[in-house]
Design a protein around this ligand. Sequence first.
Ligand SMILES: [Cu+2]
Length: 136
Amino acid sequence: MRVLLVTVFLVAGFGTWAQGKAIVEFTAKGCCPMCEDRIIEALDVPGVRVAEWNQFEEKATVVYKPKKITQERIEQLVAEAGHDTEHVMASDEAYGALAKCCLYRDGCPGCSDHEGHDHEGHDDEGHDDEGHDDEH
Ligand SMILES: [Cu+2]
């Protein structure tokens, strides 16, 4: 799994511009506009120029300055805010601090007023909760 992810990492890093800016896209799990705000806020740091998150694709797009911040650090920041990314898992503490609506590992349970993302092809037999380690 790691090896595959690192490959994606490298490919994504090819969007480097001459001005010392780079763009990276990575999966970041989440449910709702609150998650979007949280993720974007987490990326409001020096070196990050633009941060966006697409709720339906669960994908973050970040424009950053490679001299000031790394992709790895960017994903760490998102994970520290409670959102699993492609390469960095959020700690249980960070995940547990999320609003109920935002518990993406449990299928976004509380998002009633604003529907969570549609997992198309979602049938009940195959729940693809990778990294789901709920022991309680
Ligand atoms: Cu949310």
